[in-house]
Design a protein around this ligand. Sequence first.
Ligand code: FAD
Length: 548
Amino acid sequence: MDNLRPMRRLQEFDFIIVGAGSAGSVLASRLSENNRVRVLLLEAGDSDRRLWVRIPLGVGRILNDARYVWKAETEPEPELHGNRIYWPSGKLIGGSSSVNGMLFVRGHPKRYDEWRDNGCPGWGWSDVLPYFKRLEDCSFGDRSLRGRDGPIGVTRLGSDPLTEAFLDACGEVGVRRTDDYNDENPEGAASIQLSTRNGVRCSTGLAYLRKAQKRGNLRVETNALARQVLFDGRRAVGVTYTQDGRLERIRACREVILCAGAIRSPQLLELSGVGRSEVLQGLGLEVVAALPGVGENLQDHLMPRISYECKVPATVNDMLTSRLRLAREIFRYAVHRTGLFATPSFTALAYVHSRPQLAYPDIRLQIGLSSGANRLPTSSSNGLDPFSGFHIGGYFLYPGSRGHVHARSLDPAQTPEIRANYLAHDQDRDVIVRLLGMIRRIAAADALRQVIVREVRPGPEMETDEQLLDYARRTGSTCWHPIGTCKMGSGPDAVVDPELRVHGLVGLRVVDASVVPFMVASNTNIPTIMIAEKAADLIAGSTTLAGC
Ligand SMILES: Cc1cc2nc3c(=O)[nH]c(=O)nc-3n(C[C@H](O)[C@H](O)[C@H](O)COP(=O)(O)OP(=O)(O)OC[C@H]3O[C@@H](n4cnc5c(N)ncnc54)[C@H](O)[C@@H]3O)c2cc1C
C-alpha cells in the first residue's frame, strides 16, 4: 500500500459489483438493463479477447498462465500424503467461465429441493428452473424444461469411436444411455453438453457482458483490484480498489455486491472486517461484523483417474505427437468447428449410484481422450503418454469433507490460506474406492475391452481397496469446483440469507459460487449463472431501482 498514488476524486454508482466472472458479468448485464441505474463492475484481471480462451481445447494451455488465472495452491492436504493441490481460477473478464471445461450441467432437482428445505426458501427446483431456462439457448430437449433463446449456447457433442465404446460399455454394466442429463432425472450415460456456440466458448463475458458493455450506464474497469468494502456503521457504502498503482475510492448509494468467487469473496469480506473474530484479530482489523461462517464450509470434488493405452489413434496424445494429425484437427476445427479442438478433451459422462438403494446418483464418471502423468499434459515433456491413450475419471458428487479459506495478509492479491481437507470424511474415502472399482468394471466390458491395450495407471497390480485408496490419495486432483465459503442459510454459520444479503449488514450481498451451501451439481458454472440471474430479480424486487 505504501507505493500507491493518492486517491482520485470520489465517484458514485448505484451498484458496485466486484468480479466480472460467471456471476458478476451476468449481474452487471441484468442490472444495467434498467437505464435509470448506474453500475460499476470491477475486475482484477484483464480482457478476455484472446484466441486460446475462445477455442475449447485451449483450456489446457491457459491454466498455468498467470495472464488468465489466479495461480493458487492448497496447503499440504493431510489425507493426500501432504500434497498441495494446484487450484487455478479465472482472472479475466468472464472469470472462471473463461477458463473452465465448459461442461454444461444444472444438477439434481432433489438437491435443489434439499437446499430449499435447509432454511433457504426460494431455491427449490421449481423456483430455480425458470432461471436455468432463461440463461440457456438449447436447441434440443423438452421445451418445458429447456430454454431456447438465452445468452449461453448449449452444444451436445457428437460421437467418436472411443466415446461410443465408453457409452456402450456403460450400457453393458447396467448404466443406461440418457438423452438429456439436464432434465428432471439426471441419471445414466451421455455425450457431454458444452457451454459453446458454433464450437466457440460461451463464457459470461462473451454471452452477457459484450452487449451490456455498450450501455452508457455500465462501466467496466479491468485490472482493478478491490481491496476493501467501505462501511458507514453497518451499511456498505463503497469500495476501495487499486488500478495502475493508484488507490481509488468509489461510493455505492444502493449496494455493493461481491462476485469474486468462492476463494476471494470470503477473503474480501475478511479484509473488510467481516468474518471470524480470531481471523480478523490476527490480521489486526477492526470487527465490522462477527460472522463465524465466513471462509468456512469449503467443498470441492476430488477426482482420481484410471488411464489406458488404446488401439484407436484418435486421442489428444495422437494429435500432439503427429504433425499430420494436428494439421487435420486444425483443419476440421477451422472449417467445420468440430473435432478435438471443439472439446475440452472429455467427451462423455455417466451419473451412477455407489449403492443401489440411493435415491439419486452420487458418482460422476467421465471419459477424457488424453492420458498422461499430469492432469492437463500438453507434450511428452510435461507428462503426455507417447501412445494412443485415454482416461476415465470419477468423483463423489456430494462429499462430506469440509475445509476453509482465510485471508493471511492484508493484500488481496496474495493467495489466502486454502485447506480443502479432501477425504477427511469416511464416506468420501469409501465412495472413491467404489468408483475406481466401477471404472474398472466399465473398462472390462466388451465394448471398451476390445479397444484397450492395457491399464497404464495405476496398473492391474493395484488391486486391494487399500491400494486404490492410496492411489486416489497420491494422484487425486481438484475438479475446480470450490463452493460454500459464504454459505446461504439462517443458522449461526450462515453468511448470507436466501436473498443473498450478508447477515447483520445493510447494502451488501454476495452473489457467486460461495453461497451454495452444499454440492447440488457435478459442475458449478451453470448453477452459479443461475444464482446471478435469480439475484438480479431479487435485487430488482427489493428496491424501486429509480437511481439514487
Ligand atoms: C479450470 C476450471 C475448470 C472448470 N470446469 C468447469 C466445467 O467444465 N463446468 C462447470 O460447470 N464448472 C467448471 N468450473 C467451475 C466454474 O467455472 C466455477 O464454479 C464458476 O465459474 C464460479 O463462478 P464465480 O462467479 O463464483 O467465480 P469466478 O467466475 O471465478 O469469478 C470471480 C471473478 O472475480 C475476480 N476477482 C477476484 N477477486 C477480485 C478482487 N479483489 N477485485 C476484483 N476482481 C476480483 C476474478 O478475477 C474473477 O474474474 C471450472 C473451474 C475452473 C477454474
